[in-house]
Design a protein around this ligand. Structure first.
Ligand code: SAM
Length: 288
């Protein structure tokens, strides 16, 4: 396993994933009952955009750096939430910091909520413990995130079961399309044991036509609803580059699709390269 997120932190895929994740958290915290969040592929929790790895790829230039140039006051609410979260992180960690999903979950959730983060790479897991382990709401597990879905769901707080919550699955896709087989299998298993959970699976897009079979499998997931949110920053005509990315959302909160329809055109405008950017927010299975 060679993947290190430090090379990619703050790129267009992180912007989409993190802005959508914060909008999910915002919808879920509308009710006071405790939430459980599971981040199956958590990474190291905090990144620095002036570190050698980030500078080598320069990927943040097409992501968070472009968002930083936004004129304040013109952005839709989901983008404002994301910008505010990055700014809160930078007030503590300095202007070159970029937060990972565990930090953002801890930022967005409340004192009564619990967060479990899994990271398989030992050094990344150690870094994650150092960056967030002091937060009593957060448990860091140096283990495989898919087996943790089986072990930790349905989530419990003492003798109580959590009614609601979020599972974020953000694998590095080193196994390419095979990763979908593993992720969708883990999701089917998780839905059987925690059907009311909200689930978000992130995926890279090189050429959308290579995903047609995967879309058909996604549409059969045994959830109340299946929503796709995708952002392409350039045409998907090259099989060699990550031209965009998407999130498959199972049991998305009410009106989450409408919030994404506000967010995505603005992201396509800010992050798109030339005229080739596009986006879609589409139900593969609409809620009944
Ligand atoms: N979710 C993070 C964020 O948004 O800040 C980024 C995660 S990065 C895309 C994927 C991470 O998953 C890497 O740190 C990698 O070491 C880790 N990883 C790879 N396979 C894993 C597995 N089976 N279980 C848990 N973590 C894994």
């Amino acid at each position: 396993m060679n993947y290190r997120h430090a090379f990619h932190a703050g790129n267009h895929a992180d912007v989409l994933k993190h802005a959508a994740m914060l909008a999910l958290c915002d919808a879920l915290v509308a009710k006071p009952t405790p939430l459980f969040a599971l981040d199956t592929h958590a990474g190291r929790g905090m990144y620095w955009l002036d570190a050698a790895q980030a500078k080598r790829t320069g990927e943040a230039a097409g992501g968070i750096d472009a968002i930083d140039r936004l004129q304040p006051g013109t952005e839709p609410a989901p983008l404002r939430m994301y910008v505010d979260a990055i700014s809160a992180c930078r007030q503590v960690h300095g202007p070159m910091a970029y937060p990972g999903s565990p930090w953002l979950l801890a930022h967005a959730l409340r004192v009564q909520d619990r967060i479990a983060c899994c990271e398989l790479q030992p050094e990344e897991a150690e870094a994650l413990k150092a960056s967030i382990g002091g937060d009593a709401r957060v448990a860091v597990h140096a283990r495989d995130g898919y087996s943790a879905m089986h072990a930790l769901l349905p989530p419990r707080l003492g003798n109580e079961r959590f009614g609601r919550g979020l599972v974020l699955i953000d694998p590095p896709f080193e196994a390419q399309l095979e990763e979908f087989t593993t992720a969708l299998r883990a999701l089917r298993d998780a839905l059987e044991r925690w059907p009311q959970g909200t689930y978000a699976l992130w995926y890279p897009i090189k050429q959308r036509r290579a995903l047609q079979r995967t879309y058909r499998s996604m549409a059969t997931m045994p959830a109340k609803s299946v929503l796709l949110v995708e952002l392409l920053v350039r045409p998907d005509d090259s099989p060699l580059r990550m031209n965009g990315s998407g999130l498959m959302l199972l049991n998305a909160p009410w009106q989450f699709d409408a919030r994404m329809r506000e967010l995505l055109p603005v992201l396509a405008d800010l992050l798109g390269e030339g005229t080739g950017a596009s986006w879609r927010v589409e139900w593969l299975k609409a809620p009944a």
